[in-house]
Design a protein around this ligand. Structure first.
Ligand code: NDP
Ligand code: MG
Length: 395
């Protein structure tokens, strides 16, 4: 599988064992000669990491969970693949000279430091890990500008906007419209939502994704995180970001220019498309994946999001407007809330109560540096875990 052609783009895939990571490897497998895998990293899934390394023969792999290091090292020793362990090792490995592009597909706040390390090393980023821009969008985009590093969006909505912007970079954006599928609970009332189970929330109608983003999609927090992500990627003011529910997930997002004209990007809901676009940019590579068929989608529908039933979206938009460390508080509280919901410790709507409580009580820092963001993240997590032990925050 290892490709020795010098034209192949050499990839680091952070989070290769996840939903985006495995689909990125499907893309690599589908496009022989175009990509070569240099680095794979995982959290703790040693078995899948070893299996991927056997197939794609990277130069190195990193397993964040140190307890699984020996197992991965012993399995890959005969192949001559270098094996490292721990989060710091991910930060070091992304700087390897032989890497042309870093796909950040780790989940959550853990993606921030490796992404910054890659930018500091001058590596272009294909960014799936939206939490990085939610937490530290100002810092990350400033560093990328300083280093002349491009960030190519992988998130389907942001890829859509990026694709609509081709040939338009000198034309100011009037507004963007992010489309949302509405998730499995579109049209549900607050009362119905209060009884939602973990299994119901993990069933997304249009996309198959990792557990955290699936819950975020069900609660519409994902769309709020995406609004913040878009603000930083495209240099927008909060009021330039609009959200509309489009249940079919065919129009992936839209841009409106100052003459009133709108451009949209369409396609079947398949993450392999935005992944391929980010990896191959500026080229479009040929695929034989299924094509859109108008007969199967006789109507495309649009409706405003229900802000009363889905308070997470309101909280995220409010954090975006406040700026400073507010999105960092939002993200950390949400990560704790989603984990607690997945462990069936709190109900679906209680996630919003926990996040609102943290946003109301956290110290506001208007212009946080990395250290301040790290402090905000750990203080928020600690306080949220404390809150989970007492019912005071419940509305
Ligand atoms: P998954 O949970 O499926 O995968 C996460 C990956 O990150 C896995 O490889 C996991 O390793 C690794 N990982 C988890 N925690 C750590 C850690 N502490 N240190 C190092 N590695 C870690 O997530 P997704 O692929 O669904 O999402 C990845 C990112 O992409 C998220 O930010 C998400 O919001 C974004 N995204 C995802 C989309 C999707 O369709 N899935 C769409 C758009 C954006 P292990 O397997 O060993 O646990
Ligand atoms: Mg998305």
């Amino acid at each position: 599988m290892r490709n020795t052609e010098t034209t192949a783009k050499r990839l680091a895939i952070l989070g290769s064992t996840g939903s985006i990571g495995t689909q990125a490897l499907d893309v690599v497998r589908d496009q022989p000669g175009h990509f070569q895998v240099e680095l794979l990293t995982a959290g703790s899934n040693a078995d899948l990491l070893v299996q991927q390394a056997r197939e794609f023969r990277p130069n190195a792999v990193v397993i964040a969970d140190r307890a699984r290091h020996a197992e991965v090292r012993d399995a890959l020793f005969p192949l001559g693949v270098k094996v490292y362990a721990g989060l710091e090792a991910i930060e070091q490995a992304v700087c390897m000279e032989d890497i042309d592009l870093v796909l950040t597909a780790m989940v959550g706040y853990a993606g921030l430091r490796p992404t910054l390390a890659a930018i500091d090393a001058g590596k272009p980023i294909a960014l799936a890990n939206k939490e990085t821009l939610v937490v530290a969008g100002e810092l990350v985009t400033r560093r990328a500008r300083e280093k002349g590093v491009n960030i190519y969006p992988v998130d389907s909505e942001h890829s859509a906007i990026f694709q609509c912007m081709a040939g338009e970079w000198d034309n100011p954006i009037e507004k963007i419209t992010l489309t949302a599928s509405g998730g499995p609970f579109r049209g549900w009332s607050r009362q119905q939502l209060s009884g939602v189970t973990r299994a119901q929330a993990l069933k997304h109608p249009n996309w198959s994704m990792g557990a955290k983003i699936t819950i975020d999609s069900a609660s519409l927090m994902n769309k709020g995180l995406e609004a913040i992500e878009a603000k930083w990627l495209f240099g927008l003011k909060p009021e330039q970001v609009e959200i509309i529910v489009h249940a079919q997930s065919i129009i992936h997002s839209l841009v409106q220019f100052r003459d009133g004209s709108m451009k949209a990007q369409m396609g079947l809901p398949d993450m392999k498309l935005p992944i391929l676009y980010a990896l191959a940019f500026p080229h479009r590579l040929a695929t034989d994946w299924p094509r859109f068929d108008f007969a199967r989608y006789p109507s495309l529908t649009f409706e405003p999001p229900d802000l009363e039933a889905f308070p997470n979206l309101v909280l995220a938009l409010e954090a975006m407007r406040r700026g400073g460390n507010a999105p960092c508080v939002l993200n950390a509280a949400n990560e704790v809330a989603v984990e607690a919901f997945l462990q069936e410790r709190i109900g679906f709507l209680e996630m919003s109560d926990l996040i609102a409580d943290r946003l109301a009580k956290a110290n506001f820092v208007p212009s946080p540096d990395l250290e301040a963001l790290q402090a905000t993240d750990s203080e928020t997590r600690q306080a949220a875990h404390e809150s989970l032990k007492s019912p005071a925050w419940r509305s």
